[in-house]
Design a protein around this ligand. Structure first.
Ligand code: HOZ
Length: 432
């Protein structure tokens, strides 16, 4: 891409010092072609690369920038915290305040432990579920991604799926055999695994709205039936709400669908964009964590004061401004309806999935309800579409298997810009 010369040079240099030139695989643009953009700054609805190009943001740091980039209220909270030093490795008033707020906002959470990323949250949650139940196995869903913990790199979605390596070398067979795979939206596949592994399953972990194989919506009754099955079999139900928590509703997908898991994992969003994760749930389970209980988990940077300040400012705002969710829904619906209109006009039968402020356009005419149907997408066409959108100033996730995230900073004019870019890009993709 001629318009991104500085990014190209930086990528060449980066590859000498960083594996693949990136610190997270999906960023390498391998699935869409071209060189990754190196980002210099972002403000509100826009992100700027090292060549000074401006793009409308539809990744938003993979979710957390709900209010747009460099939100002044969040930035101010960070500045205030900065002057009191960066890390103590000791309890603070701030972490108590954010814990209280999370307990208030997320229906399933009676107690919460802060960690540093979504990956750490899911790894810790699984360890706790195993320790609490005295069982070894977990059930995950094909195409769901729960960070890069060993137990989850089996049929993992997201970056792993994008790179065509959903099962990673380095995960021992011993670990892999304890991760059982079910099909998303297929309760029978879960029931079968539970019956075949009677009294051995500690937890079922799921993205209540999948965001890591593209956006996939739970079918009516699916989450409810999972809840019932877990109750009958004394299995801990874990909702991974790293992407959906505080985004789809004040209390996340669990509030939206009215299904309360035993445990919830959270990430990115609770740090307002800084590196934070958390896991929480029923008091009885959470009190099984050290120092009250025997399951060990720790971290010097857990509850970091600067990250807590950013997260608290963000959550407090969301907690007191319910109109954010109607606004997000309206902006996203307008974009989605515009794209649907374009598809109809061009006689294209691609699938568009949408919940709240998350959506995905799949380059397939199949209904996309699980990993298998998501995999019918024409990824080469998606790659071309991605590059065309980028040329028109729209920054999409560089993979068919990632959801897009909308912020409140997107104005009606920008909605029109996105829809128009989509129309032109689809046209160019199909002219070839
Ligand atoms: N696959 C990650 C989100 N689902 C990408 C994260 C990143 O590259 O920053």
């Amino acid at each position: 891409m001629a318009f991104a010369e500085n990014s190209k040079l930086l990528f060449e240099k980066a590859q000498k010092f960083i594996p693949g030139g990136v610190n997270s695989p999906v960023r390498a643009f391998k699935a869409v072609g071209g060189n990754p953009l190196f980002i210099k700054s972002a403000k509100g609805p826009y992100i700027y690369d090292e060549d000074g190009n401006q793009y409308v943001e539809l990744i938003n740091s993979w979710g957390p920038m709900i209010l747009g980039h460099a939100n002044e209220m969040v930035q101010h909270a960070i500045e205030e915290a900065l002057s009191a030093s960066l890390s103590f490795g000791a309890p603070t008033a701030r972490e108590v305040a954010i814990a209280e707020l999370i307990v208030d906002m997320v229906p399933s959470v009676e107690k919460v432990r802060m960690v540093n990323s979504g990956t750490e949250a899911t790894m810790s949650a699984i360890r706790l579920a195993r320790g609490f139940t005295g069982r070894d196995k977990i059930i995950k869903f094909r195409g769901c991604y729960h960070g890069h913990g060993d137990s989850f790199l089996i049929a993992a979605g997201s970056g792993a799926l994008t790179m065509g390596t959903p099962d990673s070398p380095g995960v021992t067979q011993g670990t892999a055999k304890d991760s059982l795979l079910a099909a998303y939206n297929n309760i029978e596949s879960v029931e079968k695994l539970v019956q075949e592994n009677k009294d051995k399953v500690a937890a079922i972990i799921i993205e209540p709205v999948a965001g890591n194989m593209g956006c996939i919506v739970p079918e009516e009754g699916f989450l409810q039936r999972l809840r019932k099955l877990c109750d009958q079999e004394n299995i801990i139900l874990i909702f991974d709400e790293v992407m959906t928590g505080f985004r789809l509703a004040r209390g996340g997908a669990q509030e939206l669908y009215g299904v309360i898991p035993d445990m919830t994992t959270l990430g990115k969003i609770i740090g307002g964009g800084l590196p934070v994760g958390a896991y929480g749930g029923r008091q009885e389970i959470m009190d099984y964590v050290s120092p009250v209980g025997p399951v060990y988990q720790a971290g010097t940077l857990s509850g970091n004061p600067v990250a807590m300040a950013a997260g608290f400012a963000m959550l407090q705002y969301l907690n007191t401004h319910p109109e954010v969710y109607t606004q997000l829904e309206k902006i996203t619906s307008d974009i989605v309806e515009g794209i649907q209109h374009n598809l109809r006009q061009m006689n294209l039968s691609y699938t568009l999935n949408h919940v709240g402020s998350m959506f995905s356009l799949f380059f397939t005419s199949h209904e996309v309800t699980d990993f298998q149907s998501a995999s019918t997408s024409d990824t080469a066409k998606f790659g071309l579409y991605f590059r065309k959108m980028l040329e028109k100033g729209i920054y999409l996730a560089p993979s068919q298997y990632e959801a897009l995230f909308v912020s409140t900073a997107i104005t009606p004019d920008l909605v029109n810009k996105i829809v128009q870019a989509n129309r032109e890009a689809l046209k160019e993709v199909h002219e070839r």
